[in-house]
Design a protein around this ligand. Structure first.
Ligand code: NAD
Length: 319
């Protein structure tokens, strides 16, 4: 029986990844770890461990005893929150990764997944179609932690043979869980407001295009990367990973195709500065070439699915 551990399982991505892993391997083969209990009944059918990923001793014990085939290490502080708590962000984002890489070095884990982010790019990076080997120039605490994490991954792979794999996620948009303090959270919230006929005030400016991806694509791509033969994984820092690129005005327009009365206002806040430092679009040819990555969901398809799902959620919570 293949055993998988998801650390940070209660978060926006964790919940979705756990659901997909349960469907693939069975509920009993997936274990969850987090400092808070996941708010999802189906997810909680798997064994839950209350675990602080920064605690070196406990992590070593759990990972040595667990002998997991795959560990997905998702615990992190996201971009907007990290700017408010820089040292805590560095501590969490680095220690949680290094504890898992150390377990990989000990031979207790076969494969590790750790997500990076488009936040590794910055003002010195091209804005459009950023190539895989573009200059990493992070200007946020979060981006600095992801850049360093990428190099730690490659180091553990090259020095100790740890099979660690990574993707530079764009902003992730899904309806099964709430976003956790990132700069692209608006693209999730906007749909909840739209289905309730409420105007939405966006914290980014109208034309701030950013790379984004629908959650189903992100989860499928992650599982495909983890299933690929080790020798096809040529990038051991982190793969560029692209779905779509859109601005708040464009997502507003796609919502108006279904809800013509939808009102969208703009009140850019501190998150605008973070967004301005990031690229608009990403070139993911290395992922396409090495493990046959293919994004499937565009903005209009995503809007249709998000509106239906958010409507169903609203009916469910009000009935
Ligand atoms: P999230 O904030 O929703 O979830 C993170 C989870 O980690 C939370 O459930 C939190 O309780 C848990 N956690 C925090 N501290 C912990 C600790 N000490 N020990 C154990 N668990 C702890 O974040 P997310 O959106 O699910 O992101 C998951 C990963 O994907 C992160 O590494 C993030 O940097 C990366 N990522 C996410 C996005 C996105 O748009 N969501 C984009 C790029 C990269």
């Amino acid at each position: 029986m293949s055993k998988t551990l998801v650390i940070g399982a209660s978060g926006q991505l964790g919940i979705e990844l756990v659901l997909a892993l349960q469907a693939k391997h069975g509920v009993g083969s997936v274990h969850l770890a987090d400092i808070r209990v996941p708010e999802n009944e189906q997810v909680l059918k798997s064994h839950f461990l209350h675990l602080d990923a920064t605690d070196e001793e406990t992590m070593a014990k759990v990972l040595e005893e667990g002998r997991y085939v795959e560990v997905y290490q998702l615990a992190a502080m996201l971009s907007a929150t990290s700017e408010k708590k820089p040292l805590a962000a560095w501590d969490l984002n680095m220690k949680s990764l290094l504890n898992v890489l150390e377990a990989g070095r000990e031979g207790w884990i076969e494969r590790v997944f750790w997500p990076s982010s488009i936040a590794v790019f910055g003002p010195g990076t091209p804005k459009k179609n950023v190539p895989q080997d573009a200059l990493l120039d992070p200007s946020t605490v979060y981006g600095i932690s992801k850049q360093s994490g990428e190099y730690w991954c490659r180091y553990y792979h090259e020095k100790f043979g740890v099979d660690v794999r990574s993707l530079r996620y764009p902003g992730l948009i899904g309806h099964r869980s709430n976003p956790g303090g990132g700069t692209t959270d608006y693209a999730v919230e906007i749909y909840d407001f739209a289905v309730q006929d409420l105007p939405y005030s966006c914290f980014l400016k109208a034309d701030q295009a950013l790379p984004m991806m629908f959650m189903d694509d992100a989860v499928r791509g992650t599982l495909e990367l983890m299933a690929a033969p080790s020798d096809s994984i040529r990038v051991r820092t982190s793969y560029n990973f692209s779905g779509m690129s859109f601005s708040p005005a464009e997502v507003g327009e796609s919502i108006r195709q279904h809800l013509p009365e939808f009102e969208l206002e703009y009140a850019p806040d501190h998150r605008q500065e973070i967004a301005s430092s990031w690229p608009e679009s990403i070139d993911d040819i290395a992922a396409i070439h090495d493990w046959a990555w293919e994004s499937r969901i565009d903005l209009s398809e995503m809007t249709k699915v998000m509106l239906e799902a958010c409507r169903a959620k609203t009916i469910h919570t009000t009935s």
